[in-house]
Design a protein around this ligand. Structure first.
Ligand code: FMN
Ligand code: MN
Length: 488
């Protein structure tokens, strides 16, 4: 059970800004596990995935990995450890929404001359991706994925815009990496500009970095936005960057491992990429031709740490709630003017995307519908959702049994359901029909379930037969010494 009385943790800027400080913090928090002798071919992947049977899996550092240089390390569970995510409850969502404003003021990166990233350099004929760990996470993966929670860095040819993005990266041969960037993502917009000028796109890929860089690279960003600056703002100091020696794009000076080179236009070189076990728990997007990166140099620190964080199915407990995402949907509902929002949460099984729960204090007829339609249509709730469930404020939406009780008892399927066709989804949506997949029609329907007391006869709606929460608390306080089963 989650302890709902615990206060959300203070933001640990030092750990978020430095991977090695992060490791010390994990150890101090008692959430650290050192593992020696595991095989990066499937074995580490299985240990990693099974660690997700726990809501808060330990931070794991794999050392002396089979077939690897003994000084190389693999780090898993960077952003899912308890000391990083804190409590997963509604108070944490509220605290996130009220977070100090200075954490959202960008601080531009600082250009420095050199850094630990250049402690070891492979160039020219010495370049060999296989000299560093090349994990295979799941049996049916179409390759060894060195980039999972990685940072792909490209620079706009026409402006100062440097984009960071987390896109999966796999090994094709000792100097070639596949990078899977979906159409329209920041990295895709920029690489097309280079190709349109008839030039290969300069690119650097960092596969071990300060945790905050993984956060900003995997979050949505606007064209022109500097995610280095966003990250600097979050940790309260500038990120130090150095120019990559071959591509010239800025890379974190304290990066653990960086591949540096160029991505030629797909007409010049593209190779089959995928499939890769995806977060909905399937291999849905299959293999297809994708552009590749020609690696001209590799830099790494002494005792480098690769970060491994492949997707795991949303059946695992910790894979449901991302506090910033839930808070973001709540913000979006309020920004659209929907009043009376009391909470936003997810139904387990849908991971952090598929099933959104909104609780409202109904103020007028049509209010529940307004909340449901905005949740289905706003940017924070539009992509790859399946279902939105709107409930009354008396439902504890962090308890799936209460949510389904509301559905079971307050929802009349015929009148209280909207099904909206043609909504935005992705190739990794397993329910996307093969014909649509082939046609490029990446849309599926949404269902909105209004499991609220119908507003116009809510006063006639049967009274709930249940000990009220405040009275329950009193009774527990009075009797739990004598009746221990009453204590929570
Ligand atoms: C672990 C992880 C893996 C991801 N893999 C991919 C991927 O292979 N391709 C992709 O286009 N997006 C992937 N994403 C999502 C992007 O990181 C996300 O859309 C991000 O906003 C991209 O940055 P951009 O807005 O600068 O393009 C992944 C996200 C995470 C957290
Ligand atoms: Mn970006």
């Amino acid at each position: 059970m989650l302890d709902k009385t615990e206060k959300p943790k203070r933001y640990d800027a030092a750990a978020m800004g430095d991977l090695r400080v992060f490791l010390e913090r994990a150890e101090a928090a008692g959430e650290f596990k050192r593992v020696k002798g595991a095989d990066p071919e499937l074995e580490i992947g299985a240990i990693f995935e099974l660690s997700h049977e726990h809501l808060y899996p330990p931070v794991m550092v794999f050392e002396e990995m089979k077939g690897c240089d003994p000084t190389h390390r693999m780090l898993c569970n960077v952003r899912v450890a308890k000391f990083v995510v804190g409590d997963l409850n509604m108070d944490a969502v509220k605290a996130y929404r009220n977070r100090p404003k200075e954490r959202s003021q960008p601080i531009p990166p600082r250009l420095v001359n050199t850094g630990p990233v250049y402690e070891n350099v492979m160039e020219g004929d010495a370049v060999d991706i296989n000299k560093l760990p090349t994990p295979r996470w799941h049996e049916a993966d179409g390759g060894n994925y060195v980039g999972t929670e990685c940072v792909v860095i490209v620079k706009d040819p026409d402006s100062d815009w440097v984009n960071l993005g987390t896109y999966r990266v796999s090994v094709r041969d000792k100097t070639t990496l596949s990078v899977f960037i979906e159409e329209g993502k920041g990295g895709d917009v920029i690489r097309r500009k280079w190709w349109a000028k008839g030039k290969p796109c300069p690119i650097a890929i960092c596969v071990g970095q300060a945790p905050i860089l993984g956060v900003v690279a995997s979050g949505a960003s606007k064209e022109g936005e500097s995610e280095f600056a966003t990250a600097g703002g979050a940790i309260g100091r500038p990120i130090d960057v150095v120019p990559a020696r071959v591509s010239g794009v800025p890379i974190p000076a304290d990066a653990e491992i960086v591949y540096d080179g160029f991505m030629p236009p797909p007409s010049e070189d593209s190779r089959p990429e995928g499939p890769f076990g995806e977060w909905p728990g399937y291999y849905a997007s299959d293999a297809r031709l994708e552009p590749v990166m020609h690696v001209k140099a590799i830099y790494h620190r002494n005792n480098p740490i690769m970060i491994g964080q492949p997707p795991t199915a949303p059946t695992y407990p910790g894979r449901q709630i991302k506090i910033p995402q839930v808070a973001g949907l709540w913000d979006a509902l309020e920004a659209a003017g929907v009043p009376g929002i009391k909470g936003v949460w997810k139904l387990p099984g849908g991971g952090s995307s598929f099933i959104n729960i909104i609780s409202i204090k109904q103020l007028h007829p049509g209010h529940a519908k307004m909340a449901g339609l905005v949740a289905a249509g706003c940017r924070a709730g539009a992509y790859m959702t399946r279902m939105i469930i709107v409930v009354d404020e008396d439902i504890d939406i962090t308890n799936p049994t209460e949510v389904m009780w509301a559905v079971a008892t307050r929802w009349d399927p015929k009148g209280d359901t909207d099904v909206i066709d043609g909504c935005w989804t992705g190739l990794i949506d397993p329910a996307l029909h093969p014909d649509k997949r082939d046609n490029g029609d990446t849309t599926t329907a949404r269902m909105i379930i209004y499991a609220t007391r119908p507003f116009h006869w809510k006063d006639k709606f049967p009274t709930v037969n249940k000990v009220p929460p405040e009275y329950a608390d009193k009774i527990r306080a009075k009797w739990s010494a004598e009746l221990p089963f009453l204590s929570k």
